[in-house]
Ligand binder design. Structure first.
Ligand code: ZN
Ligand code: ZN
Length: 792
């Protein structure tokens, strides 16, 4: 065949991407139950328009493993899903279509989302993955808002409800007053904010009682005042009543260990619901519930003259009024940590409402055990899981007050609040549109029902991805194998161990009594070149699409293959340059090899030359090292070893050594040429295959020059069988050392590398390689057995 003259990477990448798609090279075969299965629980990205660098980085690393396993003979299931039932998708579709979900109604809006995803957003979005050469089976797709996933999510809710794991409770729930929705512990983060400690004057027996507070706007919700039981100065107050400033009502003075006597005046006010301790006191002391902040984030009628104000405005106005009345002793600026909603940065509030929870806290011991049963790559990531479990304080709040998402399959009896659950056969349901499965309340006989309007939190669905994927194959031969076993592999970022990984483990254990997967593979973050997190606000985002355009998909993947698993990585543009150089070098050296293989018939020579044996031994060592690296998911070990072998051993040394044999068979003999041809053919095939998972396009291109089948479904190389001789390794190494020394000597003398050498003295062991050594060093005469010396 005629080889391409020039390397046109763009054209090559496009050609092979189209080829793979047309030939379904990466298709998972659900009818094949003979081959070993390797199933991957791929992270479903949120459709956001385009792939970002974090996806490109993490998905490339996941793809290295998928490709390695495929070549190792596994029937690889690498699906592609998108997570589309949450806030970001709602906002995206509202923006694109210029609509409001709350005005449209849930059913119409969900249909619009599905249509927009199907026809516009997803095909464009998926193309970014295809352009990076990700080997997902793009025919195995799911979106977390479609019927398939809604059904699974609602069934999970029903099963856990029936198992007594879910409950609806009046509970202080964390609430974001800006997003107007309940949120759970995982959606909060600590933030330091500037605030004031205000010394506010309460009255006890007409005497001043100073209480320091950062939140004077909660005064109308004050239900008690607390002192520490050991607080000598203040404990005499216990049992008395304190009058709340401005609002002039009395509250009891109580004692409790949770008071920090060192903070402020050592006296604190308890307001429903100021913070976590407030909610604990409310429960422990059965204090009344006073809601002074409404769901709209505004002050309620309880705030009297401050009703309708925002939290901030109410705080300012109350401080002013306290000053006017001489009820503010002093004010000092402080910085303090508060819990904020991670999406919008608003300090969270607590509200009292009826919410759905999954009972968690009784399972902490089991949760630790489940974590121990997973294989963590890298190992230390398990700590993050364990720390999270140890720090859990709340059951999992799964209801959200949003107009878009998966509805709870639940109605309530209007008269007695009996909970009516949908029948499994009717799923998916929307209780705001569908009728309950009963016409009369089984408890009181009432025939009126109120639908649950809340939706199920998105993590409660995405924590079911293993089930979502397995259920796509219902009725196929592979199905029973899939459902009986954990999936093999979960790749994901370390930032969502507490969200996605943890919740998936819990759900899988609750539903199936087994872990969702065997191995979890935790990749690090791609940071900007200075080591900072990439973000829109810092305008330091590097788009993967731009990098693919500037270099190539292979170059970008090559870069991703250079980081150790789990480590954050500052974007190294020089690694893309190195990737680019490597693909070009592969192309050029392969062309050289092919030029000399035209008359090669694939036969093994009777006798292999010493330096050929030396290369094959090195190649076998490389195969073992790469296989070992990939088996431990340490792809960077494989990439580095292959890179080193290819550049130094193969190109710099071996190709130079055999040139004379290839070009001059008449002088050197046909047998020595055949030995070189055999070795070149072997070595190039192996190098291409070892590189194939990392740089799939260029390797496929070169491999296609003498193979019909795709390299990506070819067999992963096994060590080449021949009698390895330890002495050969020694001779070869001395040879390379001598060759390197000669080159250095020539450079030192300012001579070209082709400069003839009159006499070369070297180790006696090199006698067997005399002709190769003479040729590669351009020596006229070699003396063996003397110390190394070059004489021009
Ligand atoms: Zn918010
Ligand atoms: Zn009833």
């Amino acid at each position: 065949m005629e080889l391409p003259k020039k390397l046109d990477q763009k054209a090559i990448e496009k050609k092979w991407q189209e080829y793979w798609e047309k030939h379904k090279t990466y298709a998972f075969d659900p009818n094949d139950i003979k081959r070993k299965l390797f199933s991957i629980d791929t992270p479903p990205p949120t459709v956001s328009g385009k792939m970002h660098m974090g996806h490109a980085f993490g998905n490339s690393q996941q793809d290295f493993i998928a490709r390695y396993k495929r070549m190792s003979g596994f029937n690889v299931l690498q699906p592609f899903g998108t997570d589309d039932n949450g806030l970001p998708t709602k906002l995206l579709v509202e923006r694109e279509k210029k609509v409001k979900a709350s005005h449209m109604g849930r059913k119409k809006f969900v249909k619009l989302v599905l249509d927009t995803l199907e026809k516009e957003l997803r095909p464009k979005y998926i193309s970014d993955w295809k352009k990076l050469g990700i080997s997902c089976d793009f025919d195995v797709v799911y979106t977390t808002i479609n019927d398939h996933c809604r059904k699974i999510s609602q069934k999970s809710f029903i099963d856990l409800y029936k198992a007594g794991r879910e409950y609806r409770a009046e509970a202080p729930a964390m609430y974001c007053p800006k997003c107007c929705t309940a949120i759970s512990q995982v959606e909060c983060e600590d933030a330091e904010i500037n605030s004031h400690f205000n010394d506010v004057v309460f009255k006890v027996d007409n005497k001043d009682l100073i209480i320091a507070t950062t939140r004077p706007e909660l005064l109308p919700a004050c239900v008690a005042v607390f002192v520490h039981p050991d607080d000598k100065k203040n404990k005499k107050l216990v049992g008395k009543k304190a009058t709340v400033p401005l609002f002039n009502f009395e509250v009891p003075i109580l004692k409790d260990e949770r008071v920090d006597p060192e903070k402020g005046t050592g006296i604190v006010m308890c307001c429903t619901f100021g913070d976590t301790i407030d909610t604990e006191w409310q429960r422990a002391f059965k204090l009344p519930i006073k809601e002074v902040i409404g769901r709209d984030g505004k002050m309620t009628s309880l705030a009297k003259g401050y009703e309708g104000l925002s939290i901030e405005d109410a705080r300012k106005k109350i401080i002013n009024d306290l000053k006017k009345e001489n009820l503010l002793k002093s004010q000092k600026e402080i910085k303090h940590a508060v819990n904020v909603h991670e999406r919008c940065g608003t300090p969270i509030e607590f509200i009292h409402s009826k919410q759905w929870f999954i009972k968690y806290l009784d399972m902490k011991k089991d949760m630790i055990k489940w974590g121990n049963e997973l294989n963590w790559f890298p190992k230390h990531m398990k700590n993050r899981y364990e720390n999270w479990v140890k720090g859990l304080q709340w059951d999992w709040l799964i209801s959200r007050q949003l107009p878009f998402g998966i509805p709870f399959p639940v109605w309530y009896c209007e008269a007695c609040e009996e909970i009516i659950i949908a029948k499994e056969k009717d799923l998916p349901v929307d209780p705001t549109l569908d009728n309950p499965p009963v016409t009369k309340c089984p408890k009181c006989g009432c025939n009126k029902f109120i639908p649950e309007e809340d939706i199920i939190n998105t993590w409660a669905t995405s924590s079911l991805t293993p089930t979502i994927v397995k259920e796509l194959f219902k009725g196929k031969p592979v199905y029973s194998k899939l459902v009986k076993n954990p999936m093999d592999f979960r790749p994901q970022g370390h930032d969502i161990i507490t969200f996605w990984l943890f919740n998936t483990v819990v759900k899988s254990q609750l539903h199936y009594n087994m872990n969702p997967w065997k191995d979890c593979f935790i990749n690090g973050w791609m940071l900007d070149p200075k080591g900072k997190k990439m973000s829109k606000s810092k305008s330091n985002i590097i788009e993967p699409q731009d990098m693919v355009d500037k270099y190539s998909a292979d170059a970008l993947r090559f870069m991703a293959g250079g980081s150790k698993l789990g480590e954050d990585f500052s974007f190294p543009e020089k690694e893309l340059v190195a990737g680019q150089k490597t693909t070009i070098k592969l192309f050029n050296s392969a062309k050289f090899v092919f030029m000399h293989l035209e008359d090669y018939d694939g036969k093994k020579p009777v006798k292999l030359e010493v330096m050929d044996q030396w290369l094959l031994i090195g190649l076998n060592k490389l195969i073992k090292e790469c296989t070992d690296g990939f088996e431990r998911y340490e792809f960077s070990q494989a990439r580095l070893a292959t890179e080193k072998f290819f550049w130094h051993t193969f190109c710099d040394s071996y190709l130079e050594i055999v040139k004379d044999r290839l070009y001059n068979p008449n002088r050197r003999g046909k047998a020595s040429r055949l030995s070189a041809q055999y070795t070149l053919h072997m070595a190039l095939d192996v190098i291409l295959k070892l590189f194939a998972p990392i740089i799939p396009h260029i390797t496929e291109e070169i491999y296609s020059w003498n193979h019909k089948e795709s390299i990506h479904i070819s067999e992963w190389p096994k060590p080449i069988k021949f009698k390895e001789n330890k002495e050969i390794v020694q001779i070869g190494d001395i040879f390379i050392e001598a060759m390197t020394k000669v080159r250095a000597e020539k450079t030192k003398e300012g001579k070209s590398l082709k400069e003839r050498i009159r006499k070369l003295s070297c180790d006696k062991k090199l006698e067997k390689t005399k002709d190769d050594l003479k040729a590669v060093t351009s020596s006229d005469n070699i003396i063996f057995g003397k110390t190394f010396k070059v004489e021009f």
